[in-house]
Design a protein around this ligand. Structure first.
Ligand SMILES: Nc1ncnc2c1ncn2[C@@H]1O[C@H](COP(=O)(O)OP(=O)(O)OP(=O)(O)O)[C@@H](O)[C@H]1O
Ligand SMILES: [Mg+2]
Length: 234
């Protein structure tokens, strides 16, 4: 599949059209950003590792009956995906408190949650992806009520599948961010799932195997991503 026009360049990926109008090539870059892009850097070979990790995760989700935009891994940095209309929401699922939830509610990092939680943020970099609720989503037509219901159910199902997937690899899934898209009048999972978009803690040691190493300058960033890739492809 040939890359034609670049249609979007984001912070971590580039999307290209292909000869097939229904398909895009998603190219993974090494660029890393944090804190609403106030912190910028690169993580060597991150694009290769995230493309590999996301491909494996999408394949696993498909095997568990969850439809995604993933078509196939093409090469080190590229995957073929179905073109969707992105729902302008970041959907965050949490199994334990970390990051912004700790700041919001004054919780210790890793604090227990008695059940998984879900948050919606409006995808808007200029506003810093502000949190919104179902009333905002309805009033501003970000998604229909039916779509919100489907996205919610899918997000919790993806959480259950991925919690088990990672636990089998001796990794605890603390939280993650996903995006959904519209295609032929239904909703499917799009974008990526990788250490850029999840918090992943090694079982036993509590070692962070995700972008928090970059956010907080913890060192051994490449090694952490490599370790996740090694485990998901083992
Ligand atoms: N299948 C798809 N079809 C169309 N757009 C997609 C698809 N999958 C992901 N996208 C969009 O492609 C872009 C991927 O680039 P990247 O993740 O680098 O963006 P970003 O810098 O995080 O910015 P954004 O706030 O737009 O997500 C995102 O805007 C994402 O919503
Ligand atoms: Mg993104």
């Amino acid at each position: 599949m040939q890359k034609l026009d670049k249609i979007y360049e984001g912070k971590a990926k580039i999307l290209y059209t292909t000869e097939d109008p229904a398909s895009l090539i998603q190219y993974f870059k090494d660029d890393a950003t944090a804190f609403n892009a106030q912190k910028r850097g690169t993580i060597a070979e991150k694009g290769i590792m995230n493309n590999g990790i996301a491909s494996k995760i999408f394949e696993h989700l498909k095997a568990k009956g969850i439809e995604t935009h993933f078509v196939q891994w093409l090469n080190d940095r590229e995957m073929l995906v179905k073109r969707v209309e992105i729902v302008p929401l970041e959907v965050i699922v949490r199994n334990r408190a970390a990051g912004s939830l700790c700041r919001l509610l004054g919780l210790a990092e890793g604090a227990n949650l008695s059940c998984p939680t879900l948050e919606f943020c409006y995808k808007n970099d200029a506003l810093g992806d502000p949190q919104v609720n179902e009333y905002h989503i309805r009033a501003l037509n970000f998604a229909t009520d039916d779509e919100v219901k489907k996205i919610t159910a899918l997000a919790f199902k993806i959480n259950e599948v991925l919690k088990k997937f990672f636990l089998d690899l001796k990794i605890e899934l603390i939280d993650f961010k996903i995006e959904f898209g519209r295609i032929n009048n239904h909703i499917i999972l799009a974008d990526e799932i990788s250490p850029d978009t999840c918090r992943l803690w090694e079982v036993g040691t509590g070692n962070k195997l995700d972008k928090d190493r970059f956010r907080r300058d913890l060192g051994n960033i490449e090694e952490a991503y490599q370790e996740v890739l090694r485990r998901v492809t083992q």
